[in-house]
Design a protein around this ligand. Structure first.
Ligand SMILES: Nc1nc2c(c(=O)[nH]1)N[C@H]1C(S)=C(S)[C@@H](COP(=O)(O)OP(=O)(O)OC[C@H]3O[C@@H](n4cnc5c(N)ncnc54)[C@H](O)[C@@H]3O)O[C@H]1N2
Ligand code: MOO
Ligand code: MG
Length: 425
């Protein structure tokens, strides 16, 4: 049995990120949200592209207006009007100004902008009623945000609205991003049926397949759904063999405990997988198999030419155990594999618990619930109902897991607890 932190380290060590040369594709900028940039981006453009005005007002020479005030205003001749999008024609001489608007190009000769609220226009002259605090005031200097031909965005970042906007401004209509990792998913169990089937005695719906498909997609990967496999060694071997030949990561659920029909580890061994983890000191999620298939046994029909080991997660069958072990171990593995340069490890928050939380103290215990914002501070509320790992009903509407380390049997209300936030809503 390995500790949760050792299991995390073992798993993340086994993951080799996708290759920035081979494992990439070109996507349109508008389809690039949440994708991971595979090559750094540079731009030949400076930002701003030219000195421009930050205000609607007047472009002036600082020297002309530095002592100006309402009693003794500088009076400047307006020689040009410069809206945004125009190239100024004149050079501002001493005693002159240009009417200018936000975003418009600064005329040569001028170095400062006076916002129009501090001026009064009389015919073709402007009176400067207050001196600027400094030269260059309200001028956005060329290249002050970004200097051309330096790195604009590094590889390995996930593209969100902020980055997409930068890439649009830099005129990048298409981008080189990492392909989505492919994750094969199947469920094991004679009791499982698909959701449209009427239930016979002893049968339940294969809900894990749905949970895992959603989790995989949320993690930025592409699920390959292989359905339900009977507790039958031949069928299992066939599906496993197909899965490891067609995915970067394989996730099965069920069949990893010690029961007579729990065949997963046995088949992995017969397929010459290297088993790295069989049990973890956590609740739920104790039986958890992590294995790798070395690249040479990945068959000729491999969907990628990539010579990297396929990572296999045999998650326990209990629905709560599937979600918890996915969040704790599989999601970070997918995120590391996907090319993200950093930030794939789960991030824990320290928050106040609203409720009493209990554990037997023998295994690291994950208790599901909800983070609530109370006066701007997060508070953990334990989900009502049974915390059996066979119960999936009260997992609905949760967004966090409180973590009680080994040796901790009680967290009292208002006491702090470590929490893993598993979704933003
Ligand atoms: N003697 C012992 N028995 C068990 C132990 C143990 O240490 N000694 N560990 C328990 C723990 S903890 C867990 S977790 C489970 C893990 O069991 P398996 O991974 O072998 O999974 P199954 O036996 O196949 O199923 C367990 C449970 O989950 C339901 N299930 C399975 N697949 C699905 C699915 N796709 N969708 C919904 N529900 C599913 C299944 O019907 C069972 O109720 O073992 C304990 N036993
Ligand atoms: O480790 Mo199990 O997941 O408690 O039911
Ligand atoms: Mg079992």
């Amino acid at each position: 049995m390995v500790s949760v932190s050792d299991a995390e380290a073992i798993i993340l060590n086994l993951v080799q990120p996708l290759n920035s040369q081979r494992d990439t594709e070109i996507v349109d900028l508008l389809a690039a949200d949440h994708r991971i940039l595979a090559t750094p981006v540079t731009s030949p453009l400076d930002f701003p592209h030219w000195d421009n005005s930050a205000m609607d007002g007047y472009a002036v020479r600082y020297k002309d207006v530095q002592d100006s005030n309402a009693e003794q205003p500088a009076i400047l001749e307006i020689v040009e009007e410069i809206p945004a999008g125009y190239q100024p024609k004149s050079t501002i001489q001493p005693g002159q100004a240009a009417r200018i608007f936000t975003g418009a190009v600064m005329p040569t000769g001028a170095d400062t902008v006076i916002m129009q609220e501090r001026t009064r226009q009389e015919a073709n002259h402007v009176l400067i009623l207050a001196a600027p605090t400094k030269s260059q005031e309200f001028v956005r200097q060329k290249a002050s945000f970004y200097q051309a031909d330096t790195q604009l965005l590094p590889a390995g970042i996930q593209l969100k609205a902020q980055e997409i906007a930068v890439l649009a401004a830099a005129q990048c209509p298409r981008l080189n991003v990492y392909r989505r990792p492919r994750v094969a998913i199947f469920s094991t169990g004679d009791e499982l049926v698909t959701l449209e089937k009427p239930l016979q005695p002893g049968q339940i719906v294969d809900s894990n397949q749905y949970a895992l498909a959603t989790l995989v997609r949320e993690s930025g990967a592409e699920p390959l759904l292989l359905g339900i496999v009977k507790d039958d060694p031949v069928a299992l071997q066939e599906t496993m063999n197909y899965a490891i030949n067609n995915a970067d990561i394989v996730i099965s659920s069920g069949g990893v405990s010690v029961g007579d029909y729990d065949y997963v580890d046995q088949i992995l061994e017969s397929l010459k997988a290297k088993i790295h983890i069989r049990t973890v000191e956590m609740r739920p999620g104790k039986p958890l198999t992590v294995a790798t298939f070395p690249p040479q046994i990945v068959g000729v029909q491999s969907f990628t030419p990539v010579q990297q080991p396929t990572l296999y997660f045999g998650l326990p069958g209990n629905p709560a155990a599937v979600l918890v072990t996915f969040w704790r171990f599989v999601q970070p593995a997918i995120r590391k594999l996907s090319g993200l340069a950093e930030g794939w490890e789960p991030a824990f928050l320290k928050v106040r618990s609203h409720d009493e939380l209990r554990s037997d103290g023998k295994r690291e215990t994950y208790i599901w619930g909800r983070l609530h914002l109370v006066d701007g501070v997060y508070e953990f509320h334990k989900a009502g109902g049974s915390h059996s790992s066979g119960n999936l009903i009260n997992l609905a509407q949760t967004n966090a897991l409180a973590v009680l380390p080994i040796g901790t049997t009680l967290i009292s209300p208002q006491q702090e607890v470590q929490v893993l936030q598993v979704s933003n809503s």
